[in-house]
Design a protein around this ligand. Structure first.
Ligand code: ADE
Length: 257
């Protein structure tokens, strides 16, 4: 997958891509990330990227020209190399659709993404309307720019690409992939400071372990994010378990303090 990022702060992207699974994915050529400074697409002496909002008001607005030109330059580069049918051009903005595991999965199917990081008070509306094909928000709060949001989106997408994680199976099990939160995980020692690991996990009985994990995932989701259960893919028996648990007073989760 190729990812092109348009930003006013290219230096913000240095460390996330130089460690861990990203570094490995880039080295193995599973992903290529190009960072473009929006300022490089200006034509005036001062490299102006923003201007006062028409109609007045606080703050500055990102101008459309450098952003359009940056995207057009990236697109002309790739169309020379390969025919591109669908190339999502994603604007990171608090006004976008709310990012989720489902959207990460959807984006992981493309072989190319362009991400535009907004800044200041906003981006000229013509970028929203005539350039971006998608707008994504990572949550109902306002960041000072789209860079951190772009990193969140890229991280969630890249780890879904085939071969990026060590074990192919692991992304399927984890929180949200199944529509449920993930079951609790333990490693050695079997008892730590008097807190034991469930006997089931030490039993070596894989069927029992799978059942225990599924129940724990359901229980945890019910306690922490009950709204997720409406959409989760549960069997009839599991639905019955949920109703029983809902009727009994769920014990609160101890933080062990
Ligand atoms: N830019 C500023 N806030 C944002 C958010 N919550 N999501 C995506 N981009 C943003």
């Amino acid at each position: 997958m190729q990812i092109d990022i348009l930003t006013l702060f290219p230096q913000m992207f240095q460390s996330p891509f130089s460690v861990g699974i990203f570094k490995r994915a880039i080295e193995r050529k599973l992903v290529r990330v190009n960072i473009h400074n929006i300022r490089d697409y200006t034509h005036d002496k001062h490299h102006t990227v923003d201007d006062y909002p028409y109609g007045g008001g606080a703050g500055m607005v990102l101008k459309p020209e450098p952003i359009f030109e940056a995207v057009e330059s990236i697109k002309s580069d790739i169309s020379l190399k390969q025919g591109v049918d669908v190339l999502p051009i994603i604007l990171l903005t608090p006004q976008g659709r709310l990012f989720s595991q489902q959207i990460a999965l959807e984006l992981s199917k493309y072989n190319h993404l362009i991400l535009i990081c907004g800044h200041y008070e906003g981006v000229d509306e013509r970028v929203h309307e005539y350039l971006a094909t998608d707008e994504i928000s990572i949550g109902d709060y306002v960041l000072s720019g789209g860079e951190l949001a772009a990193m969140v989106v890229i991280d969630a997408v890249v780890r879904l690409l085939p071969g990026v994680l060590g074990s192919e199976a692991s992304p399927l099990d984890e929180s949200h992939a199944t529509g449920l939160l993930e079951y609790p995980q333990y490693t050695r020692p079997p008892a730590y400071r008097g807190w034991p690991v469930s006997e089931v996990l030490l039993s070596g009985n894989h069927a029992q372990i799978a059942r225990w994990r599924r129940e724990q995932a359901i229980l945890r989701t019910l306690k922490r994010r009950p709204e997720l259960l409406d959409k989760a893919n549960l069997s009839l028996q599991e639905r019955q378990l949920v109703s029983r648990l809902e009727k009994s007073n769920l014990p609160g989760e101890s933080k062990g303090k």
